[in-house]
Design a protein around this ligand. Structure first.
Ligand SMILES: [Zn+2]
Length: 282
C-alpha cells in the first residue's frame, strides 16, 4: 500500500499517466501533420508556378499577382485560444491552423485560375487547335533549347530546339493543326518537315528517317497525325528527333509548348533534364 502511494507520487496517478501518453501521441501527430503541410505547400507552389509561367504566358493571359495568389493573409490573430497551452504547443497549433487556412485559400485561387484558363481555351478553340501543344514523339527529352555544345562540331552554339530520345522508325506526330510547308532533305537537318500552324507559329522536325505517304508541301495535317518516322539523317551524334517551335520567325523554347501533354510535375522534370545536359544531339 505504502509502496503504491509512493510510486504514484513519483510517476503520477494512472489517469495522469494516460493523459501524458495521449498528449505525446497528439504532439507527435501534430508534428507529422506539419511535415505534410510543408509538402503540400511545395506542391501548390509548383502548380502555381507552372500556371503562371507556362499556361498563362503561352495563352497570353497576365500572370496572377502574387498577393492575389496568397489570398491576403494577416489581420487579427485568429488563434489566441491556443495561448493557454505551453509555448511550444501553442506555437505548433497556431502554425498548423494558419498554414492549413493558407493552403485552402491558395487551392481555391488555383481553381478559379484554372477555370479562367479553361474558359479562354473554349473561347479560342480554333487557335488552340493550331498551337503546337503536345509532344511530337513518345520519348524522353535529351537536351534543351539554348546555348549547347555541338556534339560533332565541338563548340558552343545556340540549339534552336529540343532533342527527344527516339529510335529509328519511331512515329513522329504533328503537334498542332496546320499545313505542311516543307518536306524533304535539308543539309545538316537531314530529312526535315516544316509545318505552318498559322497565328505566327511553325514547327520543324529534323533528322527523320522517312516521311509518311502524302505528306508534302500543301498537305493539311491535324494535331496528333503521324507525319514521319524518326531517324538519324543529317549531322547528329545518334538517332533522335530534333524539334523546333518558331513564333513570328524566331525559335522559342519547345518545352513551353507541350502544355496539353504534360502535368506540372512532368514539365519540371523535363525542364531539369533539358537544362542539365550541356551537349545537344543536334
Ligand atoms: Zn537538336
Amino acid at each position: 500500500m505504502v509502496l503504491i502511494s509512493l510510486l504514484s507520487l513519483w510517476a503520477g496517478s494512472p489517469s495522469e499517466i494516460a493523459l501524458q501518453e495521449e498528449n505525446s501521441v497528439l504532439y507527435e501527430q501534430l508534428a507529422e501533420t506539419r511535415d505534410v503541410i510543408v509538402e503540400l505547400d511545395e506542391q501548390i507552389s509548383s502548380i502555381t508556378e507552372v500556371d503562371n509561367e507556362l499556361y498563362r504566358s503561352m495563352l497570353g493571359i497576365d500572370p496572377l499577382p502574387e498577393d492575389e495568389r496568397l489570398g491576403g493573409v494577416g489581420g487579427a490573430d485568429m488563434h489566441s485560444e491556443y495561448d493557454v497551452f505551453q509555448q511550444e504547443t501553442s506555437e505548433l497549433l497556431r502554425w498548423t491552423a494558419e498554414n492549413v487556412e493558407s493552403l485552402e485559400r491558395r487551392i481555391n485561387i488555383q481553381k478559379v485560375s484554372f477555370n479562367e484558363l479553361q474558359e479562354h481555351y473554349n473561347e479560342n478553340r480554333e487557335k488552340m487547335g493550331h498551337l503546337p501543344a503536345v509532344k511530337p514523339v513518345n520519348g524522353q527529352v535529351l537536351s534543351g533549347f539554348g546555348m549547347r555544345e555541338h556534339p560533332v562540331l565541338g563548340y558552343q552554339r545556340h540549339h534552336d530546339g529540343v532533342d527527344f530520345r527516339a529510335r529509328i522508325g519511331t512515329p513522329i506526330y504533328a503537334t498542332g493543326d496546320g499545313v505542311v510547308q516543307e518536306a524533304g532533305r535539308r543539309g545538316n537537318y537531314g530529312i526535315r518537315i516544316i509545318i505552318d500552324h498559322d497565328y505566327g507559329y511553325q514547327t520543324k522536325y529534323a533528322h527523320l528517317n522517312e516521311i509518311e505517304d502524302g505528306i508534302e508541301p500543301g498537305t493539311e495535317v491535324e494535331r496528333g497525325q503521324q507525319i514521319a518516322e524518326s531517324g538519324n539523317t543529317g549531322v547528329t551524334s545518334g538517332p533522335h528527333l530534333h524539334y523546333e517551335v518558331h513564333q513570328n520567325n524566331q525559335p522559342v523554347d519547345p518545352l513551353n509548348y507541350l502544355f496539353a501533354d504534360l502535368s506540372p510535375q512532368e514539365y519540371r522534370e523535363y525542364r531539369r533534364i533539358a537544362e542539365e545536359n550541356p551537349m545537344s544531339m543536334d
